[in-house]
Design a protein around this ligand. Structure first.
Ligand code: BJW
Ligand code: ZN
Length: 264
C-alpha cells in the first residue's frame, strides 16, 4: 500500500477509537476559504512587518501617526475575512462533532469560520474579529460586519487624527474607544478561552492538529503537552511543521481534501 494511503488508514483507526477527539486548528484550515496564512508561501508576514502591524505598540504608533495605513491593513484583512465561507475541512469537523466523536475545537483563527460551519464547542485562543472590547473599561461588544465595513471605508478618506477617532466604534457602558479583540504579540490570551481549551485538551483521547506552523506560543505548547500526555495525534498540513515531531501520523496535503476523506 502506498505510504499516503497507509497513513490515512492509520489515522482513520486512531480516530475511530476516539470518544473525545479535539481539533487544534490554525490558518491553514482557512486557506482554502481564501484567507491567507501568515507564514510560508504567500504568507501575510512575507509582506507585512510583524512589529508594525501585529504588536500593540506598533499598532498604537500607527494609529497616532498614520491611521490611514492601519485602516488599509484592517480593510484588506476584514474584506477577505468577512467575505469568506467555510470550506470542506470546517464542515468535516462540524460533522465529526455532530456524530459525537469530536468534543470540540481549539483554534488560533480569528475568522469565525468554525462557527459558520456549525461547530458548537470552540475555544478561540487569539480572539476573533467580530468581538471588540473597550480600551477604557474592558466591556465587550459585538460589531456588525456592515457597520464595520462602513467605518473602515470612511476611515480611508480621513486626513486628521480627530476625524479618525470620530469613526472608531464607542463603548455603550463608558463611551471609551473600542478595538478588535484579536490577540497581538506580547498580549495575553483571553483567560476564559485558555481555561476552556485546557479543560477540553486535558480530557481528549485523540488530537487533530490542522493547518498550523506550530511556532506561536503558548498555543503550540498546548498541543505539544496534549500529545506528550500520550494522546494519539494526527497532523494535517501541506508540509512538516514545528509540531510534526509529536504527531503519531502526519497527513501531508490540503485540509479541505484530507479531512473529509478521514472523517467519512
Ligand atoms: C495548510 C494549508 C492547507 C497552508 N491545508 N495546511 C515562548 C517562546 C518564544 C516566544 C514566546 C513564548 N511565549 C510567548 C512568546 C511570544 C509570542 C510568540 O509566540 N512568538 C513566537 C512567534 C516567536 N507569543 C505571544 O506574544 C502570545 N502572547 C503571549 O504569550 O502572552 C503572554 C505574554 C504577555 C506579555 C509578554 C510576554 C508573554 C500572543 C500570540 C498572538 C498571535 N497573534 C497572531 C496575529 C494576529 C494579527 C492579525 O490577525 O492581524 O495570530 S500571529 C499569527 O500566528 C496569528 C495566528 O493565530 C498565529 C499562528 O499561526 P498559524 O495559525 O500557525 O498560521 P501559519 O501561517 O503560521 O501556518 C499555517 C500552516 O498551515 C502552515 O504550516 C502551512 O503549511 C499550513 N497550510 N495551507 C493544510 N490548505
Ligand atoms: Zn467602556
Amino acid at each position: 500500500m502506498p505510504k499516503v494511503l497507509a497513513n490515512l488508514e492509520h489515522a482513520r483507526v486512531l480516530l475511530q477509537q476516539a470518544k473525545r477527539a479535539v481539533a487544534f486548528t490554525g490558518a491553514g484550515i482557512s486557506a482554502e476559504s481564501g484567507i491567507r496564512t501568515f507564514r510560508g508561501d504567500g504568507g501575510l508576514w512575507n509582506e507585512i512587518d510583524i512589529e508594525t502591524f501585529a504588536t500593540p505598540w506598533g499598532v498604537q504608533k500607527l494609529l497616532q501617526n498614520e491611521p490611514q495605513t492601519y485602516c488599509k491593513y484592517l480593510d484588506m484583512r476584514a474584506k477577505i475575512i468577512y467575505n469568506a465561507q467555510p470550506n470542506a475541512a470546517h464542515y468535516a469537523l462540524a460533522r465529526l462533532e455532530q456524530r459525537g466523536i469530536l468534543a470540540g475545537i481549539v483554534t488560533q483563527n480569528i475568522d469565525n469560520l468554525h462557527d459558520a460551519a456549525g461547530s458548537k464547542t470552540i475555544f478561540k485562543l487569539h480572539g476573533d474579529l467580530k468581538t471588540w472590547h473597550c480600551l477604557t473599561c474592558g466591556a465587550h461588544a459585538q460589531q456588525s460586519v456592515d457597520d464595520l465595513r462602513q467605518r473602515i471605508t470612511a476611515a480611508q478618506a480621513v486626513t486628521t487624527r480627530a476625524e479618525f477617532l470620530a469613526l472608531l466604534p464607542r463603548c455603550k457602558v463608558c463611551d471609551g474607544y473600542l478595538r478588535p479583540s484579536v490577540v497581538l504579540f506580547g498580549e495575553s490570551l483571553p483567560e476564559d478561552q485558555v481555561h476552556g481549551a485546557m479543560a477540553l485538551l486535558g480530557q481528549s483521547d485523540c488530537l487533530l492538529i490542522i493547518g498550523t506552523s506550530g511556532v506561536v506560543e503558548p498555543a503550540a505548547s498546548f498541543a505539544r503537552q496534549t500529545s506528550r500526555r500520550g494522546v494519539p495525534t494526527i497532523e494535517i498540513n501541506l508540509e512538516p511543521s514545528d509540531l510534526s515531531h509529536v504527531a503519531s501520523v502526519s497527513l501531508f496535503g490540503k485540509a479541505g481534501e484530507i479531512l473529509p476523506e478521514l472523517v467519512e
